[in-house]
Design a protein around this ligand. Structure first.
Ligand SMILES: *Cc1c(COP(=O)(O)O)cnc(C)c1O
Length: 497
């Protein structure tokens, strides 16, 4: 255990302070009323009460906080010097993995590099200082950002308008399905209670449909990974609200029959929902609005660059075609205008790339994925060998090193071993169509050198597995912790070492 592995509370020593504030507000007189009002909130609410003790915080906060709301005891906060605080959190951050520290080929997640200018724009005080209850005429700049982003996304996707209320992709799915339901209800078509979902779908699709009160019907994929149109036909009827599709699908394959599928679904009176989480592959090349979809969500935190590992802030705006426009304002799935910071990042990203470079993003992402896919197929099983879009799936190793008394290296072992070499793992065991699924999505923001380094390491791991799979079974060897017992960790977490 290193000394910084302690909790910040364990580093606490009475009387140590990580900051110093000017003395001006400590009984300094009337002219400091304003200073008190500003600093009093800060000190009253945080560290100063612990450091300064109740008496001191009384002096600061006394004028602001009504008696009945005041704390009766001193808040138990760590008392730590600035250098200890900085080291503690910097060291903690280095125990984690992020796009800023290495390649992150997590399939389906589009972990592209997030330009820092996005952060600067999102953190601009003119935006962060806004209050949701401000009069509308004082927030015209923010409204313009939302309107411009609406316009840009409409042009990119081929839809009419977006609502920015949903705060994640799954939230967008729910919103989109609610819109589909409103559409059918408005036509008196209340028997449409089923939604068709392919067996390759992301888990959020059936989950959102269930939350929306719809019944899920699964349509099968063919051996080539695409929706089986013959399996779809008998499922269509007057009880179908619509179909949810991702295109390219979760195997990274373009659903070539989409025009026929759209015709069939519309023919039975259903609508088409587009899960836009894979939109990165199509950026600038094809528009879902032109394929016959009626409603879609985008994951601004994937395709339009917001750091989102570990469940960070998201935005899942929902766009509609003409037919659903009258219902767009109905689902109030979050307060005010949704997650504005994420919208600001997407807006800055689109403006920075410009029309021409937005068009390049999709093709470069596709090129990077195919480059890796082809470079490793001598060592990893490639169940679907066709040209992929922005991501693809291997089904474990060709030679996993296993024999009668030695178990072979699994996809989990490969993923864990990659961490030793400084790469984040690809997505594993998803989609569910293959037993050893290993799903790689490099994105367009990686250099050829990075892709080559990843390919080298994946080859090295394949050699290790063939020679001595035990190296892989014990991986990772070089990370702050090795393999946690994930079930116990989830059910009985010990958050203090
Ligand atoms: C990520 C993802 C979602 C869900 O998006 P969240 O923002 O995580 O809720 C849905 N579908 C696909 C294909 C995805 O990759």
């Amino acid at each position: 255990m290193k000394y910084y592995d302690k909790l910040i509370f364990e580093l606490s020593h009475p009387g140590r302070s990580g900051f110093s504030l000017p003395n001006c507000f400590e009984g300094a007189g009337a002219d400091t009323q304003q200073t008190r009002a500003t600093l009093g909130t800060v000190r009253g609410g945080t560290v100063s009460c612990a450091n300064g003790g109740a008496e001191r915080s009384e002096a600061v906060c006394g004028c602001l906080i009504p008696q009945h709301l005041k704390r009766e005891s001193v808040l138990d906060l760590p008392e730590v010097s600035e250098v200890d605080v900085v080291r503690h959190y910097t060291n903690l951050s280095q125990m984690n993995f992020g796009v800023d520290t290495g390649f992150y080929p997590l399939g389906s997640c589009t972990m592209k590099y997030n330009p820092k200018i996005n952060e600067e724009m999102a953190a601009h005080p003119l935006f962060t200082g806004l209050h949701p209850l401000q009069p509308a005429e004082t927030v015209k700049g923010a409204q313009e950002v939302i309107d411009d982003l609406d316009h840009a996304l409409a042009a990119i996707t081929g839809f009419k308008h977006f609502t920015f209320l949903p705060c994640a992709g799954a939230h967008g799915e729910l919103t989109g399905l609610m819109l589909i339901r409103e559409y059918h209800m408005a036509r008196g078509d209340s028997a449409r209670t089923k939604v068709i979902v392919p067996d390759s779908a992301h888990g959020t699709n059936p989950a959102s449909a269930a939350v929306c009160g719809l019944e899920i019907v699964v349509v099968k994929s063919r051996p080539d990974g695409l929706i089986d149109v013959e399996d779809l036909k008998p499922l269509l009827g007057p009880d179908v609200a619509g179909i949810m599709m991702t295109n390219p699908n979760t195997l990274g394959l373009f659903e070539k029959d989409i025009k026929e599928i759209a015709k069939l679904v519309h023919g039975c009176g259903g609508l088409l929902y587009y899960d836009g989480a894979n939109m990165n592959a199509l950026l600038g090349a094809v528009r879902p609005g032109d394929m016959g979809f009626d409603v879609l969500h985008l994951n601004l935190h994937k395709t339009f660059s917001t750091p989102h590992g570990g469940g960070g802030p998201g935005s899942g705006p929902v766009g509609v075609a003409e037919s659903l426009l009258p219902y767009l304002g109905i689902p109030k799935v979050s307060g005010f205008h949704g997650n504005f910071g994420v919208m600001m990042r997407a807006y800055a990203y689109i403006l920075m790339l410009g029309r021409e470079n937005v068009k390049n993003a999709g093709p470069y992402a596709v090129l990077a994925a195919n480059y890796i896919k082809e470079s490793l197929k001598d060592a990893y099983k490639l169940p679907i060998p066709t040209v992929c879009k922005h991501e693809f799936v291997y089904d474990g190793l060709i030679n996993d090193g296993g024999h009668d008394d030695v178990p072979g290296a699994t996809t989990l072992d490969i993923a864990k071993r990659l961490l030793d070499y400084g790469f984040h793992a690809p997505t594993i065991y998803f989609p569910l169509l293959f037993h050893q699924a290993l799903m790689v999505e490099p994105t367009e923001t990686e250099s050829k050198e990075t892709l080559d380094a990843f390919i080298d390491v994946m080859h090295k791991i394949a050699e290790e597995a063939a020679k001595d799979p035990e190296i892989l079974h014990g991986a990772p060897h070089d990370t702050p912790i090795s393999r946690p017992d994930e079930t116990t960790a989830a059910r009985n977490p010990i958050v203090k070492a």
